[in-house]
Design a protein around this ligand. Structure first.
Ligand SMILES: Cc1cc2nc3c(=O)[nH]c(=O)nc-3n(C[C@H](O)[C@H](O)[C@H](O)COP(=O)(O)OP(=O)(O)OC[C@H]3O[C@@H](n4cnc5c(N)ncnc54)[C@H](O)[C@@H]3O)c2cc1C
Length: 439
């Protein structure tokens, strides 16, 4: 009797407890495993082209590692999964549990064997001593470390994959985004490379967008080409800063588990409703931000890096998000939507909760009154200006840190816009709005 393993956000063979459970159940019955991927029209319609293109490359890599046996079917999972199960007479459909709002809704009512989640500790599992969800990161991280996690699961041995008709892997949509190499093997290579060359410098370099100082593993983590357990098992005890970043990923997933509406709605309101830009003013501000022509070099560099790579450095994500919300007074949801369209690592829990963190509306968020100054941020974290020069060609002729304030140059660079707003003025507007909500 065969079993099915339905791949979703776990596009790997190693350290995949659900896949292993499917293989073991099939072997106990002298059967094979159907490795299934369902191309869900709901996700295809909502994911941006960079994500869809990356997914198709990742599926090809997965198919290769399965010896060409990946079974792809197009359609609504609620129709396709039971249909494949009855086509092959499968006794069980194994999955890694979905923890985000759409995945949870999609899986409702389907008969599934859930093993593990995309996190080291499943969202929802940790509670405070009082039995309530964690509101604050530091105690969450402590509880997460105390709880611990299982060691990585072994890769299934042999080739227990059934042979079944498959639809084709979708053709990747056209995109100008330069995608990173996809698939489990590429992810493991990147991880080894980072362990060897990056980890020792991570705590000092991670905030520097001008250096290659971070792991770039958010993409494989998003698609489950790597599981965080694999990373945690390979980390030396001294790697607290990197471990903490993984804990943030788990914290955001936990917050979304308890508050699914946080995908769209602020967890708390910080300014009156009339504080937000509306109509044409909002459209114009948003377009300048999205296209990287605000006249603030670090903001524009980040927005252009996003369009070129489908990825942006974390420090710059914070700066551009703060600029949109607090300098341009555009709601965080608009920015989050843009990120979802362009980021290859776009992930509803990480994206929406990080936006809420910057906007001051989330759990344990940056206070609303802490407004990032784009010039100070640029001077501090891109001290030679090389990040800006890399992404904003109009500023390539400006040497050194002066690149962060082109409006102070005797001859303003050709073709680069003047600042669309005055940061000092807009900061005050944001703070007044914040105080108004408290009066
Ligand atoms: C406005 C905004 C939106 C974001 N949207 C996303 C998103 O859609 N998807 C996403 O994966 N990350 C998101 N992040 C978090 C973070 O920017 C990226 O995870 C990180 O830049 C990825 O690069 P890296 O893998 O080189 O990170 P590293 O610095 O190497 O970190 C290692 C891993 O830790 C985790 N991590 C690091 N920083 C954070 C963080 N602030 N929150 C949660 N996890 C973190 C990621 O899984 C990352 O891969 C967002 C941050 C901000 C401020």
């Amino acid at each position: 009797m065969p079993t099915i393993h339905w791949f979703r956000r776990d596009l790997r063979l190693a350290d995949n407890p659900s896949l292993l459970a499917a293989v073991e159940a099939a072997r106990a019955d002298d059967g094979l495993v159907v490795p299934l991927f369902v191309v869900d029209p709901v996700l295809s319609a909502t994911a941006g082209a960079p994500r869809l293109a990356y997914l198709t490359h990742s599926l090809r890599a997965l198919d290769e590692s399965l010896g060409g046996r990946l079974v792809v079917r197009h359609g609504r999972p609620r129709d396709v999964v039971p249909a494949v199960a009855s086509e092959v007479g499968a006794s069980q459909v194994h999955v890694t549990a979905a923890t985000e709002p759409y995945g949870r809704r999609r899986d409702e009512g389907l008969s599934l064997v859930r093993t593990g989640s995309p996190y080291a500790v499943a969202p929802g599992r940790l509670l405070t001593r009082g039995g309530t969800p964690f509101q604050v990161f530091t105690p969450f991280r402590r509880a997460w470390l105390d709880h611990g996690w299982a060691p990585p699961a072994p890769r299934p041995t042999g080739s227990p994959w059934a042979h079944l008709r498959s639809d084709s892997i979708p053709v990747p949509p056209a995109t100008d985004v330069r995608l990173p190499p996809a698939g489990e093997a590429a992810a493991l290579r990147r991880w080894q490379e980072f362990l060897r060359d990056g980890l020792a410098r991570y705590a000092t370099d991670r905030d520097r967008p001008d250096l290659d100082g971070t792991s770039r593993l958010s993409v494989p983590l998003k698609y489950g080409e790597l599981h965080p357990r694999t990373l945690l098992a390979g980390l030396p005890a001294s790697a607290d800063v990197f471990r903490s970043e993984l804990a943030w990923r788990e914290f955001h997933a936990d917050v979304l588990w308890h508050h699914p509406t946080a995908a769209h709605t602020s967890l708390r309101d910080v300014v009156p409703d009339d504080a937000w830009a509306a109509g044409r003013a909002e459209l114009a501000a948003f377009a300048a931000w999205a296209e990287g022509r605000t006249g603030y070099p670090i903001v524009d560099a980040g927005m252009r890096q996003l369009r070129a790579l489908g990825w942006m450095h974390n420090r710059v994500r914070m700066v551009v998000a703060s600029f949109l919300v607090k300098d341009l007074h555009v709601r965080w949801q608009r920015g989050a939507e843009h990120f979802m369209a362009w980021l290859v690592d776009a992930d509803v829990s990480q994206n929406q909760l990080n936006w809420q963190w910057v906007a001051g509306t989330g759990r344990d968020a940056a206070p609303y009154f802490r407004v990032f100054n784009p010039v100070t941020q640029g001077r501090t974290f891109d001290p030679s200006g090389s990040y800006v020069r890399q992404w904003v060609p109009e500023l390539r002729g400006v040497d050194g840190v002066a690149v962060h304030e082109p409006w102070r140059l005797r001859t303003p660079p050709d073709g680069y816009p003047a600042p669309i707003v005055d940061h000092a003025v807009e900061r005050k507007v944001a703070l007044d709005d914040f105080h108004r909500a408290r009066d």
